[in-house]
Design a protein. Structure first.
Lengths: 528, 317
């Protein structure tokens, strides 16, 4: 319908600024849908948003991403009220808030923070830590007094504050961990704004307001109820029937449009570039993918600018992007991005270049290969179809092989593919997190291209250790140019686009590029 | 009769053992790995060392035969172990969903029986009349309509016409019968309709067959009241194949309502089944397959007993 985009534009533009100026109202239960379910209760161990969405309100982290920052990159205090970094960038000293209590009434001290981070960084035998690899730089964690925690690093790391703001790095109680380091896999005990009430597996999770929360005046809600729903149709029905206020991960454009047309002014839509991207990876153990000219040809064939307009109407992809989310501090500006292979607006010229490279590499016209895709409709299916069409236009014939998720990961890991769809999602927009995957095999366990590139590894280290943002930006750009253009080891198709339609009653929640962030719900409230 | 029951019970053992062997080894053949899915999904920092340690913790580093013997020895002691994905006892995972699936299966069966038997009998008695044609159209439409599609139609109708949606969370019947029925009546109707279509056609054809038997002609010749002929002589005999169909459908409903459960967001065994396979949760999938196999075998056993009761000749063969 013609009026739908207009209405949508209106709700997107109007919603947030008004909400920001309003006085929060107390009371009410926020009902939200979670399109996944948590395997265990231990955020240190797990890596799915299915853990974060229902459980983050029970916990605090040392630092957090500003809940009002749409870029998802501004770090603010949570349990640590201030911090200082030594001149050499290797010692981080954080002062903790006093008077913070766990839900059982015990006071939170640096001992709890140390025990929690020891579990994340140096997990004991038999204890899983999903993000241990992100903290390999941590040499020691010290608690010199009850309100001070010190992290000593092996080398300076520009991203360290972001790592301390990880939405998974919840602060647990030291006494509990001392008795049973796996207690948190099946139990909840945090310092967060909401107390745990109930979890019925496969059904729902309930939390209620923590009356003794350290941040006086918060939270605003009396409680929340997370309903687990895997399928998109009942999720849309739940919002449309006003049985749920919001689903924080995101909906497809068609689902957004149907909700907007059904609910009109009772629904508000927030949109953002998403810190997830659909990548293409080529197996360099197999010919002709070990030839950079062939890899470059594949990316040169893509008309990303046209696809951005066409695909964004039907899939959760939109922005033409490099290795960082557009609009965030380390993202390459569009004009500079257009200089990279496959990003030019002159698609005819790009495709001529692609054909030339293929000829040069001895790849015949009509060359056939198998493109492996993940059997998840959104956004892999439309993006896969688009890729095949684009490659056909430079004389390549791709046959699609669709695998369900578990098989897809297995085949990628085992190198049983030629060219495949790959994905990269981050819990925060941060080059250290977003670029790690693309380092050489042996350093990155998720490098499915099976290549070794010492130059790329060196650039990763340089950007990671650079403390000056401008210097770091320079290395990120070099990394990007080498990865996407010079070597074309892998390449981005389009950045995902996050679309969160929610009840107009929901206020105080701001979309960020990551569906892992901003889930503590302490600032969220419900209007009349 | 006692000997007959013992014989039937003993026959269950090799069948279940065969299922156990099949599912254990088939799951290992399917590509994919629970550890990869858990630790290498969205995280870019998965370390091989961590993945290997997790495999050791789950016992996946052991030879297949050792894993199988360990699993079988657990089963013999009714210990199904813990879910590899959630770490919770499997009995707990299944128990949670079993009540809902069982209730839905019972409700759908009631819907099916209430529709199928009178309609099937009516169609047989009134063969080739407009009544018969109407019943046949109704049942063919039921066969042709997927229950999940009917479910979607129900939801949309409720939402658009009545501005109402069934509850999203399961409430046990004994806690709130109204809430419980408000949620489950819709999937029961959607599933029961398709189920009734199968049973209606079976009832009709079985009745037609029985009504042509000599003993029915004899009963009529003796001047017996029509209703008595139908209920005492025809229906009881026609029920044998109908019972089989109803029982097998019932067993299927216990784990086979995946899409319907998705449409209505029901926390049942079907969804659990799909999730466990998607996660490559070997222990949970194996337990669920064993449960469904047991349900089929047990329901068949009950059908056999019912056969013996309905037709005494079977007991003496």
């Amino acid at each position: 319908m013609a009026w739908t985009p207009l209405l949508l534009a209106a709700v997107v533009l109007v919603a947030s600024p008004v909400a920001a100026q309003e006085k929060p109202r107390y009371g009410g239960e926020l009902v939200f849908v979670v399109p996944s379910e948590l395997p265990s209760y231990d955020g240190h161990r797990e890596g799915t948003f299915g853990v974060v969405h229902p459980m983050a309100p029970h916990y605090n982290t040392l630092l957090r991403v500003d809940p009002n920052d749409r870029t998802g990159t501004k770090i603010v205090a949570d349990l640590a009220e201030s911090w200082a970094v030594s001149p050499d960038g290797r010692v981080y000293t954080l002062k903790l808030r006093r008077g913070v209590k766990f839900h059982d009434g015990a006071e939170m001290t640096s001992r709890d923070v140390k025990a929690s981070y020891d579990k994340i960084v140096f997990p004991p035998e038999g204890v899983g830590s999903q993000r241990k690899g992100q903290y390999t730089n941590v040499e020691a964690i010290q608690a010199p007094d009850p309100s001070t925690i010190v992290f000593r690093l092996k080398w300076a790391q520009g991203s360290f504050l972001s790592l301390l703001a990880s939405p998974y790095s919840w602060i647990y109680k030291a006494d509990i961990l001392a008795k049973d380091v796996r207690w948190y896999e099946k139990n909840v005990m945090g310092t967060g704004p909401f107390l745990f009430v109930e979890h019925v597996k496969g059904s729902h999770w309930v939390g209620k307001k923590n009356p003794n929360y350290w941040d006086k005046g918060k939270p605003y809600l009396d409680g929340y109820r997370a309903i687990f729903m895997k399928d998109a149709a009942p999720q849309v029905a739940a919002l449309r029937g006003e049985r749920a206020h919001i689903q924080f991960r995101g909906f497809a454009p068609s689902e957004r449009d149907s909700l907007v047309s059904a609910l009109g002014r009772r629904i508000v839509v927030q949109e953002s570039p998403w810190d997830c991207a659909a990548w293409v990876v080529m197996n360099q153990d197999k010919k002709p993918w070990n030839d950079r000219r062939v890899r470059r040809a594949l990316t040169l064939a893509l008309d990303r600018h046209q696809a951005s307009q066409a695909l964004s109407r039907i899939a959760v992809v939109k922005d033409v992007a490099g290795v960082q989310v557009p609009g965030t501090p380390y993202a390459t500006p569009p004009a500079e991005l257009e200089k990279l292979a496959g990003y030019s607006r002159d698609i005819r010229k790009s495709r001529e270049e692609a054909r030339r490279l293929l000829r040069e590499a001895g790849v015949p016209d009509g060359f056939t290969f198998t493109f492996m895709n993940r059997g998840v409709p959104m956004p892999y299916e439309p993006v896969g179809v688009w890729l095949i069409d684009q490659w056909r236009q430079i004389g390549l014939n791709a046959t699609q092989q669709v695998n369900e998720s578990a098989k897809h990961v297995g085949e990628l890991r085992g190198g049983n593919f030629e060219v495949s769809m790959d994905a990269q999602c981050g819990y925060a927009v941060e080059p250290d997190l977003d670029l790690h995957k693309f380092q050489s095999t042996g350093i990155s366990h998720n490098n499915f291209g099976r290549y070794t590139d010492k130059v790329l590894d060196d650039l990763y280290q340089k950007q990671s250790r650079a403390l000056d943002p401008e210097e770091r930006k320079k290395y990120v750009r070099e990394f990007e140019r080498r990865l996407l253009d010079e070597e074309a080891h892998q390449f981005v198709t389009l950045q995902w686009h996050r679309i969160v339609p929610h009840s107009a009653k929901v206020r105080g929640w701001t979309i960020t590029p990551s569906h892992y962030l901003n889930q503590q719900l302490d600032v969220v409230w419900l209007a009349e | 009769m006692g000997k007959y029951i013992v014989k039937r019970v003993l026959l269950m053992v090799p069948t279940l053992l065969g299922v156990a062997v099949l599912i254990f080894f088939l799951m290992r053949v399917v590509p994919g790995d629970i550890v990869e899915l858990r630790f290498a999904g969205e995280s870019a920092f998965a370390q091989k060392e961590n993945l290997d340690k997790e495999r050791v913790r789950l016992g996946l580093d052991q030879p297949l035969l050792t894993q199988f013997i360990r699993w079988m020895s657990g089963i013999v002691q009714f210990d199904f172990g813990t879910s590899m994905w959630t770490g919770a006892p499997i009995i707990e995972e299944i128990k949670l969903r079993f009540t809902l699936s069982m209730q839905l299966a019972i409700m759908a069966t009631i819907v099916a029986v209430v529709l199928a038997i009178p309609l099937g009998v009516l169609a047989a008695i009134k063969q080739d009349t407009w009544i018969d044609y109407t019943v046949r159209i109704f049942s063919i439409a039921g066969l042709a309509t997927p229950s999940f599609w009917l479910g979607i139609v129900f939801i949309l109708l409720l939402l658009i016409v009545f501005k109402w949606l069934p509850p999203m969370v399961y409430t046990p019947f004994w806690v709130s019968p109204v809430q419980n029925l408000a949620q489950l009546i819709w999937p029961a109707l959607a599933v029961g309709y398709r189920y009734s279509a199968v049973a209606t056609r079976m009832t009709r054809s079985a009745m037609l067959e029985v009504l042509r038997e000599d003993y029915i002609r004899t009963a009529r010749a003796k001047g017996l009241w029509q209703n008595l002929i139908l209920s005492r002589h025809a229906l009881k005999n026609a029920m044998l194949p109908v019972l089989t169909v109803i029982a097998l459908e019932f067993a299927f409903l216990m784990g086979g309502l995946v899409v319907t459960e998705q449409v209505f967001n029901l926390n049942g065994l079907g969804m659990l089944f799909v999730e466990s396979v998607a996660h490559r949760d070997y222990t949970l999938t194996q337990a669920l397959v064993m449960l469904v196999a047991f349900m089929f075998i047990f329901v068949n056993f009950l059908v056999d007993l019912a056969y013996a009761w309905l037709d005494p000749r079977i007991r003496f063969r």
